[in-house]
Design a protein around this ligand. Structure first.
Ligand code: GLY
Length: 405
């Protein structure tokens, strides 16, 4: 198992062989009654009514590949090899069936027999307990990892901020255990306390979490037990592909490199040619994937909510495109690269190809005109006497640049 396609297919086949029913990805637009986030951010999110016991799940065990979009990091994308907005999450879910022991056993088998990770590079973290939540450290998870054969020196206990999971506010939640890949001491900060969750370096990469979802978090911060003890897991396709392909940056994995080859072919500027080119390629590749999937789910650019997210990523991408010399219009072609690559797992991409082209091309044209107007205005003001007064400079930036930085 090496490519992203093999990883997705292998994960599905493994969990189907363990009696999990497969469900295709839900939309990036959450259900109408789900106010937790603007866009779907995790594999468990479309399944929340089942965890809460409000609806019966279609099967007691499920496995999914969920498209996800996280907005807080939009401005970080491009600056390093790890930040993304759009990504895919693989998951296996138990609704009142197996719990800690079963989830850890399945993870162990998949990690060592299918991903074939080097045991020396495998670390796990466990919930250390939290006085405010009234929960002690997760000794049960610890015992199961040790029983599977995980050496105690590669198990760490981490606090609530790291190892207690909810979708972001009230809802189903629970302590989790997380799996990390160690890139090696040569990538570490060298400090004696360097371990999974180290913020000084990128030596340890978290790639899969198993959430033991047995509580509901309420608005007042109190926990109550859910009707059943459930399991929700989330494995990042991009991060796991990076491990399988032995590259520290997700942008060096196969999915992104295919898009970057297209960018290089069109612009003559390759990923890695310069720091500016690397940044532009990353932003075009991440945002190109995001805008294609958002458009397929019916999100059109606007000035609020999901539409504003769409407008920002399109404008950031177009701005970066000009840095590597891409001549507009090209977003529809960029979307086609994404569609060809991903349509096997996401039928909506082919079904909505025309809508995707229309939505992206319209915004690309609109932004082009906005930029032209901005440039004309700039030249007019500058032509009047050289200096641009502070107020005018602010207005120009606010109107023409702030969406695109
Ligand atoms: N399984 C929880 C998450 O990471 O999304």
């Amino acid at each position: 198992m090496r490519t992203s396609d093999e990883l997705r297919a292998g994960f599905r086949a493994f969990f189907e062989s363990k009696d999990h029913g497969f469900r295709p990805s839900a939309s990036l637009i959450p259900r109408a009654d789900d106010r937790s986030t603007l866009l779907t951010t995790a594999g468990m999110q479309p399944l929340m009514p089942y965890f809460l016991g409000r609806d019966a799940p279609p099967a007691p065990l499920l496995t999914t590949v969920q498209k996800c979009f996280r907005t807080p990091d939009i401005d970080e994308v491009g600056l390093d090899g790890s930040h993304l907005t759009f990504f895919e999450m693989l998951g296996n879910f138990s609704f009142g069936q197996y719990f800690k022991e079963g989830a850890i056993e399945l993870a162990w088998e998949f990690v060592f027999e299918h991903l074939q990770l080097d045991p020396e590079r495998f670390w796990v973290s466990i919930f250390a307990g939290d006085a405010e939540l009234g929960l002690g450290e997760d000794e049960v998870a610890h015992r199961h990892w040790v029983e599977m054969g995980q050496p105690a020196e590669r198990i760490v206990f981490l606090p609530r901020a790291e190892n207690f999971w909810s979708v972001g506010g009230p809802g189903p939640c629970g302590p989790d255990t997380e799996m990390y890949y160690d890139w090696g001491a040569e990538h570490g900060c060298g400090e004696p306390d360097c371990k999974p969750s180290c913020t000084r370096c990128e030596r340890f990469l978290e790639f899969w979490n198993l959430v033991f979802m047995e509580f509901e978090l309420h608005v007042d911060g109190k926990l109550t037990p859910l009707p059943k003890q459930n399991v929700d897991t989330g494995m990042g396709v991009e991060r796991t592909a990076a491990i399988l392909q032995d590259v520290m940056s997700v942008y060096e994995t196969d999915v992104y490199q295919a898009i970057m080859r297209w960018i290089a072919g069109e612009s003559g500027v390759a990923y890695g040619d310069s720091p500016e080119a690397t940044k532009a390629h990353r932003i075009l590749a991440d945002h190109g994937r995001g805008m294609t999937f958002l458009a397929a789910d019916g999100v059109a650019p606007s000035n609020e909510g999901r539409g504003y997210v769409m407008r920002r990523i399109i404008r950031r991408a177009v701005q970066q495109g000009s840095r590597v010399g891409l001549e507009p219009p090209y977003l529809a072609q960029l979307a086609d690269v994404v569609i060809e690559q991903m349509k096997g797992g996401y039928v909506e991409l082919e079904e909505h190809r025309d809508d995707i082209h229309r939505i992206l091309a319209a915004e690309e044209e609109r932004f082009g005109k906005t930029l032209e107007r901005g440039l004309r205005l700039f030249e007019e003001i500058a032509g009047k006497g050289g200096d641009i007064p502070g107020e005018e400079a602010f207005r120009l930036h606010d109107t023409y640049a702030s969406h695109s930085s």
